[in-house]
Ligand binder design. Structure first.
Ligand SMILES: Cc1cc2nc3c(=O)[nH]c(=O)nc-3n(C[C@H](O)[C@H](O)[C@H](O)COP(=O)(O)O)c2cc1C
Length: 173
């Protein structure tokens, strides 16, 4: 029996649901990817962040081309990765919304490299962008870490559409 277009669409919808279900099982931190154009700051919440290697220190973030901040991130030689702290759920909400000036109500500064760095974060990296890899709707930005700083603060954790308090993680053993 041959598959009809309706069957194929149903299979694809079912796979999409299963894909989302698996993603929901995977906890991440929450970062704010920042960039500045003519000293004007842009940023968005991103959990598609990963370390690639320590030597050289490479990391990656994936940014949707439809986001308002995309043009600024793409145009910048240096970008920031701000790792949000457990007490920064309000900051996460600001950067999860699209457009507008997200920085007016926040403490932040422009680093020597011209990268917006948020105050109160658990840590931040400044990257020199090395590769921009197109991946359908997203671009994978690979950057070499040129500055890094961490604070003694627990991270904000994200899983299955909810934020969790990283100060209350229990070691398994
Ligand atoms: C927890 C969380 C994680 C997110 N991760 C990503 C991501 O990895 N990449 C991405 O492009 N957007 C991600 N988003 C969505 C953007 O933050 C969202 O679309 C934002 O409104 C974009 O802002 P902008 O259009 O002003 O740039 C995430 C949102 C949340 C709440």
């Amino acid at each position: 029996m041959t598959n009809t277009t309706t069957d194929i669409q149903a299979d694809s919808a079912a796979l999409s649901t299963r894909v989302r279900g698996v993603h929901r099982q995977y906890p991440t931190g929450v970062t704010v990817v920042t960039a500045a154009v003519d000293a004007k700051p842009y940023g968005l919440a991103v959990n598609a962040f990963s370390s690639i290697s320590l030597d050289p220190p490479l990391v990656l973030v994936c940014v949707n081309e439809s986001s308002n901040s995309y043009g600024a991130v793409f145009a910048s030689s240096h970008i920031g990765i701000n790792i949000l702290a457990a007490d920064q759920i309000d900051v996460a909400s600001v950067f999860a919304k699209s457009g507008g000036d997200k920085f007016t109500e926040l403490k932040w500064e422009l680093s020597e490299l011209g990268v917006p760095v948020l105050a109160g974060v658990a840590g931040h990296f400044e990257l020199e962008v090395k590769y921009k890899i197109p991946a359908y709707s997203h671009t994978i930005f690979v950057g070499q870490v040129v500055e890094a700083a961490s604070a003694d603060k627990a991270p904000l954790v994200y899983q299955a559409g909810q934020f969790f308090d990283g100060t209350r993680l229990e070691p398994v053993r």
